[in-house]
Design a protein around this ligand. Sequence first.
Ligand SMILES: *Cc1c(COP(=O)(O)O)cnc(C)c1O
Length: 229
Amino acid sequence: MDDPLEQNYSRLCTEIRRAAEKNRRNPGSVRLLAVSKKVPAERLRVLWELGQRLFGENRVQEARVKIPDMPNGGEWHFIGGLQTNKAKEAVEWFDVIESVDRVELAAELQKRAEAAGKNLKVLIEVNVGGEAAKHGAKPEDAGALLNAINGMSRLEVTGLMAIPPFREEPEEARPFFRKLRQIRDQLEQSCGAALPELSMGMSHDFAVAIAEGATLVRIGTALFGPRAG
Ligand SMILES: *Cc1c(COP(=O)(O)O)cnc(C)c1O
C-alpha cells in the first residue's frame, strides 16, 4: 500500500460504507464512480487491480484513447456536457450517459444507438441550482424529457444526475441533493416508472449526498489528487 492511490481508494470505500450505514442504508446501494478525467489509463489500472470497474469521463476525445487501453468489462459513464455531434462516438464508447438534458440530444443518441444495435442507459441531468452557466434540464422540464425518452426504444432512463452549485461547506449542498431526490420521487409518481439511480455528490460532499439518497457518487480529486490545469 505504498501508492497513495491505493490508500485513497481504501479510505473512500470505508467512508462511503460508513455514510451509508449511518443513514441506515444498505452499503451496497451506493456505488463509487471513479472520475478518471485527465488521469492516464496506467493509474486507472491500479484501481482496476483493486476491483474498481466504474469509471467516469467528461470528454469523448479523451475517452476514445483511454478506454481501449483498459481491460474489457468496465462500466464507463459519460458525465460531461455532450454536443450532439459527439453522440455517435459517445454511444460507441460509453455504457451510461449521465448528462442527457435535452430532447435533441436524446433523439441523436437513440438514432446512433439504433444504428449501432446497442442499448444505452441514460440519466437525466437536472440543473437543480438554476444556474445559467450549467448544463442540465430545468426541473420543470424534466418530466417532458423523461416522457420523450421513454418513447425511444434504445434508451433506458435509470435515474437523475445533478452537479449542484459549489459550496465550500458540504452541508450547504444538502438542499440541492434533497431537491434532486424530490424531483425523482415526483417523476416516479407521475410516470409510473422506477428511477433508482441518483448520481450526486463529489469529493468534498459525497457524505451529505449519501445521506440524501445518492446511489452513485462521482469522485475524482479525493482519489487521484488535484487535476493539473
Ligand atoms: C470532475 C467531476 C467530478 C469529480 O469532482 P471531484 O471534486 O474531483 O471529485 C464529478 N462530477 C462531474 C460531472 C465532474 O465533471
